[in-house]
Design a protein around this ligand. Sequence first.
Ligand code: FES
Length: 102
Amino acid sequence: MSNFIKLTTVAELPSPGEAKEFICAGREICVANVNGTISAMDNVCLHEGGPLGQGVIENGKLVCPWHGWEWDPATGEASHDPRTKVAVYPLKQEHGEVFIEI
Ligand code: FES
């Protein structure tokens, strides 16, 4: 059984090439927009806890604002080591609202 809960509205999503932080169900979520593709991942960098949603998108990767580790918003994999992964979460949009499955 799916368990989607409301994250935000479509109007509040980041623009292409940007990321944004959201709080949902007590978790910090990073939502990234890579060329119009929206994805959600944990906001906490696995290096030293940097806020990924405050990072920038470069070449399709989310760059942590603290020390520059790069993350694939679609898979959660770190560019330097695909075995290092932050959690990614399914999203869906309905009637102008955005839902996340945590
Ligand atoms: S905390 Fe993200 S790269 Fe160091």
